[in-house]
Design a protein around this ligand. Sequence first.
Ligand code: PEP
Ligand code: MN
Length: 334
Amino acid sequence: MIVILKHQATQEQIADLKQYFMDQGLRMDETRGDHATVWCLLGDTSRIDADLIANLDAVDAVRRIQEPFMKASRSYHPEDTVVDCGGVQVGGGLFQMIAGPCSVETEEQIITIAKAVKAAGATLLRGGAFKPRTSPYTFQGLQADGLRLLKLAKRETGMPIVSEIMDAAHLDLFEDVDVIQVGARNMQNFELLKALSHTGKPILLKRGLANTIQEWLMSAEYLIAGGNDQVILCERGIRTFEAVTRNTLDLTSIPVLKEKTHLPVLVDPSHATGAARLVKPMAMAATASGADGLMIEVHNDPMNALCDGAQSVTPEQFADIVRRVNAIRDVVKG
Ligand code: PEP
Ligand code: MN
């Protein structure tokens, strides 16, 4: 961490601040210029509150050198992390497609969709059982029964399954779920993240509705710091002033995350756009941008879906997306 002192800082202020840093176990390298004095703090500065220091009368500016998300950062772990999701590897140059309905609705629905997306090239099956709905009057998911049906679809197709958790008290129900999803609304539910950090299960951590990349990586850090490094990030769009689409898909986050972290990065063009017709172009764009895979909502009867029908593609449309995405991958690889 670099601290630039104000020209007007008093000797007493400087001595007090020096003592404060020494009490924190830090060493300091001092450079006195004509206009400012610059301190380079050496040691573990992760517990130092940079905002607090920046607002002191004696301080002109503070700059962190070390990222606050140490264990999620690529400098700490230069190799790509590959997450084993029930036998399907995510990350490390591989490309995986998670597909399935927003919500598990019936046995017939989930089995039909599971078979269709598998045939089209999906490698993991998604299906919500606990749904974070804006309105309490809409379908809340089949909950424990939804997970039971999802596991049935896994047995039937052999595909590992992904489902969202909203409450750590439900963890026992997720024992046979291969990947536990933390939804956008819970990205900063720190108690949930701490509980999941003790599971050793692959976690699909979606980006919060209005969260920065740094906040997202700090949430990943909660999981890793607690002992679970099986973390996959999923960009799903953020809130902006634009109202034409459900969210604004921040594709820039993909190459930025690739620089900053070793964790795999997936993209969910369904929640990002909110419109089935926009899923294909954004799936292709995400692939070209370097994503490690996609998560796409697929429904056999979008008109009658209990949740997110507008953004759900049919199995046929999904098969077409897979073909286009594979064509893009060939171009990008070449
Ligand atoms: C979902 O994947 O079904 C979901 C609710 O997504 P998000 O948390 O990104 O809104
Ligand atoms: Mn959905």
